[in-house]
Design a protein around this ligand. Sequence first.
Ligand code: AMP
Ligand code: GLY
Length: 417
Amino acid sequence: MKVLVLGSGAREHAITWKFSKSKRISGLYIAPGNAGTEELGENLPNLSPLDHQAVVDFCVEKKIDLVFVGPEDPLASGIVDRLTLEKIPAFGPHKAAAELESSKAFAKRFMTRHGIPTAKAREFDSSSEFEGFMKKHGQRVVVKKSGLAAGKGVLDSDSVEELVRFGRKALQDDLLVVEEHLTGTELSLFALTDGSSHVLLPVCADFKKARENDEGKNTGGMGAVCPVPVVDAKLLETIRTEIVEPTFKALAAEGLSYHGVLYFGLMVTDAGPRLLEFNVRFGDPETQVLIPLIDSDFGSLCESVVQGKLRDFPLHFSSKAALGVVLASKGYPDSYKSGIPVKPLPSFSESEVLIFHSATKLNGSGQVLTGGGRCFTVVGVGANLLASNELAYGAAARIEFEGVWCRRDIGKKFFID
Ligand code: AMP
Ligand code: GLY
């Protein structure tokens, strides 16, 4: 089968890498791709995932059998609706279901309507009402811009002034969701869905804050682990029966079922698991730790998703653990430079260390240049998280570019002594 992957991040590099291992692949294209995906397939640097017509034209010309949509923007813009119209199989939701991610107000209303356990929330469309609420409300809250914001649309702060300033600005062009602040363990759970059945993937955890001990600003994610040792069978069963199953029932009832992946962003509180958000795509950096643990053929797996045959698919996972560390540019998550030259990357045994690029490019002399705030995810795959941690940090120390930094404590809170 011929596959087109849309995106240029480390998530798409991991997905492309897994497709490249599939026995089913006869052609692999990545639009636009990065310096890492270039080694695995054909990059299409001039094909924008947001240009529906150009994507369709390419698929028709090359007889593409499956389009795998990595990021949220093309999904929110309706790329899957367009591909479906042209009878090109696509992994990802149509525009109406993508609203579960592209509108936090829509998602919160959906959760509330269907009794899915979540943080109590209120929606605002006017600054005066919001500010009045913030003056009276005594408890700590989290303020969220409703629309897509690349990980920068949520403020979790104990300063009311800061929350009000953030909310006032967001209200200039968007709705606002204000919700109770929850504490607990945050988990990332992904379910593959083929439109009528679904299957849960091993639980991951994302390290979202910029600094050690989960301090500092929210980021797109500074590291991830899979699986998560604190999640036992009982907790997983509670999450399944109270959150996952009701969600899929509700999606079917509202005509929002689709072929792809649904992410449940969870907070496990003392009162039980609560759903913080949906994403309608794989997470970054969770994908980088999840994908290496899938033992089944990835091409066949994605085909079973788009063909509605997931129920019969023999899905197997490795018993190993994966830990990913994000190497970021100086200044991230605020302003940073891109195009910084990277010293030649060392090579490692793929069964132990994987380096996934994010938005990197090659210059005229073949040198890798950084492309964004988060530049690489270095993944260690070992017998347990402690072993994976040593592999990942050992490899990360050998990747050099000016200003490179990473969180030093990825996975630490989950190590079993
Ligand atoms: P979201 O995009 O809604 O997942 O929010 C981004 C991050 O903000 C989450 O991953 C959490 O770390 C944090 N967050 C969101 N909602 C809450 C909440 N109600 N209580 C505490 N933290 C939250
Ligand atoms: N890691 C969370 C996300 O991809 O948005």
